[in-house]
Design a protein around this ligand. Structure first.
Ligand code: UDP
Length: 359
């Protein structure tokens, strides 16, 4: 049997910043879920190593205890790597080390230094899915070293994201994908806008709130409050904005609200690696208005499936909102079906896995 037709034994090691299902992991939770279910559907054997209290009971999980890892976004670029006592990250990788002989390939979903550092000490190959742009000098350094030592093993979501690491070697660009059967098309939205994501400074929610206040269009906000002080400040600064905060919702609850919105606003301050919420929105036929920065600039077709505007310019968001009638919502759903289905996602990841095993 050639390796590209082989049934794989895969060990996925999750992010150590929060249990799966909590929302603390951001987009990487949905990515892991979707890649995992598509690999199982294709007949591969799969086990997921995840933090205790993970709530996905429909996938094979080994739950590991330990203290959560601090999130990379809250650290300065030159900060040293920090590890808590009884580290969950270390415990998950200790487990992976012990069971590695049972698998063909280990896949790392953590944006953390330790798994990169440990890679040469393992007997089995490790694929690393990098889920954010460059944020830490120490992490950049170890990723660079590994890209030289183990070509092909580093995967990114978009070219723009990969470029922030300035690697000399070519990397896998994997984009992303969703189960489109879970997102319903809506042709007749209400007069309301959506903002979906972790509520944390790098996501720039305040600009969407400012646009909502200026246009007096209701903004439905969905997502985990990761930085409570930041959220309080937004509420104080925009007392008259027509907002509704709905909490962190399940995919199904979220798409029921999202699909009835005229557009999704995306206002990232950082180089967004991808932006899962964009393809979820397109899946519902909802156009996306975003700053022309990072992943969104590679996904949104300006003037066709949304608008890309000058970064950090609220007036430009407002202008784009006024032009929403120009967008055909069917074209949005169509783009999601063509580029971001589970099938397309599975093909990209499967090819990446086989390529690593070939080399
Ligand atoms: N999300 C969710 N429920 C909510 C709000 C967000 O499940 O109420 C999920 C959403 O489906 C997406 C993730 O949170 O998968 C946010 O990921 P994204 O890639 O947009 O940003 P990240 O958090 O990774 O920076």
């Amino acid at each position: 049997m050639t390796i590209s037709a082989k049934t794989l034994k895969l060990l996925f090691v999750s992010t150590p910043v929060g249990p799966l299902g909590s929302g603390l992991g951001g987009g990487v939770e949905l990515t892991l879920y979707n890649v995992a279910q598509e690999m199982i559907r294709r007949g591969h054997h799969l086990q997921i190593v995840a933090p205790t209290n993970s709530t996905w009971n429909d996938l094979p999980l080994v739950q590991i205890p330990g203290n959560l890892q601090i999130i990379a976004q809250s650290q300065e670029r030159k900060d040293p790597i920090t590890m808590p006592e009884n580290s969950l990250l270390a415990n998950m990788w200790d487990y992976a080390r012990q069971v590695q002989a049972n698998y063909d390939l280990i896949v790392n979903f953590a944006y953390d230094w330790l798994p990169f550092y440990l890679t040469p000490f393992f007997h089995r190959p490790i694929a690393h899915l990098v889920s954010m742009g460059s944020l830490s000098n120490a992490l950049d350094e170890i990723i660079k070293k590994l890209a030289q030592q183990f070509p092909n093993t580093i995967g990114f979501h978009t070219q723009t994201q990969a470029a922030t690491f300035a690697l000399e070697q070519q990397s896998a660009i994997l984009s992303n994908g969703i189960d489109l059967s879970l997102y319903d098309f809506c042709s007749e939205p209400k007069q309301q806008l959506a903002w979906v994501g972790r509520i944390a400074p790098e996501k720039g929610l305040e600009d969407a709130v400012a646009a909502s206040q200026a246009t007096n269009i209701l903004l439905k906000i969905m997502g985990k409050i990761q930085d409570d002080l930041y959220w309080q400040k937004i509420c104080q600064n925009y007392p008259n904005a027509p907002l509704e905060y709905l909490g962190f919702l399940s995919t199904n609850q979220m798409q029921q609200v999202l699909r009835q919105c005229r557009a999704l606003l995306m206002t990232p301050r950082w180089v967004e690696a991808f932006g899962n919420v964009i393809i979820e929105s397109l899946g519902c036929g909802v156009p996306v208005i975003s700053y022309r920065r990072g992943g969104p600039a590679e996904i949104i077709q300006d003037g066709k499936t949304g608008f890309l505007v000058e970064p950090d310019r609220v007036p430009d968001l407002i202008n784009a909102i006024a032009r929403l009638d120009e967008i055909d919502r069917q074209a949005c759903r169509q783009q999601a079906e063509t580029e971001y289905s589970l099938q397309a996602l599975g093909d990209r990841f499967e090819n990446w896995f086989y390529k690593i095993l070939h080399s």
